[in-house]
Design a protein around this ligand. Structure first.
Ligand code: ZN
Length: 276
């Protein structure tokens, strides 16, 4: 069938498809319709694993691409949380402060957060149960999802990477001396993503969540938690905008290897880094 000569039926189908897409799209003027949401990411998890801890990208640049996300800062000096358009630096001493627009990052992932569905949690639910509840409701394990969990946690365990000096050790070594923190009966937000298995090495496959308390004064990379009550909001994305560094350590980094998943799991710990 010639594409140039559409039948009346084809034209109708075209029109109907567009109408449906618009109807079910998020609608707002200038907003992407559902299904075309973008995750913007600077550099890769593999590069971080190989000790590429310096990037040229500023926080101001990252915030142009989204209002919700996570990452780290140059020299691995703290975990990053981006929430409601504000970028926070969570340091190994347990503090959280607003990052400066001129601060730089070797790895960050952001999106414009929206909610496709949410799950209301009313009874104590541990991390595995929360993640499994999300797994059951997502449309496909092959898409990317932003995850925002707002609530009260009876317990929550985080780690925070520590500033590294040159020559940089690989991430598995850098995280061996990481500061762990335990929060008890704390309110706050988990910010992060569920990433498809095929993106392992580009990102962390499975769940990657960072925590920021409600006072915005503390948090870290989440290892484990029990949610007493709260709301789990999930929003899908199907566009991946991967921005690769064109200078610095990335150019010579070793980005593959059979033990990639094992190393990511060792460095990131806690959260389930598989697709099961
Ligand atoms: Zn992290």
């Amino acid at each position: 069938m010639s594409a140039a000569r559409l039948t009346a039926h084809d034209q109708f189908r075209h029109w109907a498809k567009n109408m449906i897409a618009h109807h079910y799209g998020s609608g707002g003027a200038g907003e992407a319709t559902h299904g075309s949401r973008e995750l913007y990411q600077s550099s890769t998890m593999g590069a971080l694993l190989d000790g590429v801890y310096e990037g040229d990208v500023t926080i101001a640049e990252i915030l142009r691409h989204g209002d919700f996300g996570l990452g780290t800062f140059n020299h691995l000096d703290g975990e990053m949380v981006i929430l409601d358009g504000v970028c926070y630096r969570l340091r190994a001493d347990g503090t959280a402060t607003r990052a400066a627009p001129t601060d730089r990052t070797p790895f960050a992932a952001v999106t414009r957060f929206h909610t496709d569905f949410d799950i209301d949690i009313q009874t104590p639910t541990d991390q595995a149960e929360v993640l499994s509840a999300i797994d059951h409701q997502i449309k496909s394990a092959n898409l990317i999802y932003g995850i925002r969990v707002t609530g009260r946690f009876s317990e929550l365990r985080t780690r925070t990477v520590m500033e590294q000096q040159r020559p940089y050790p690989p991430l598995t070594e850098a995280t061996e001396g990481q500061a762990e923190q335990r929060f008890a009966d704390v309110t706050g937000v988990l910010v992060g993503f569920r990433t498809p298995q095929f993106q392992q090495g580009i990102s962390v496959a499975g769940y990657h969540l960072h925590f920021l308390n409600s006072e915005r004064t503390g948090g870290g990379h989440v290892l484990d938690f029990t949610l007493e009550e709260g709301l789990v909001a999930v929003g899908g994305a199907s566009q991946l905008h991967l921005s690769l560094p064109t200078s610095g350590g990335f150019l010579d980094a070793q980005l593959s290897g059979d033990d990639l998943s094992e190393r990511i799991s060792k460095a990131e710990g806690g959260q389930r880094n598989d697709d099961g």
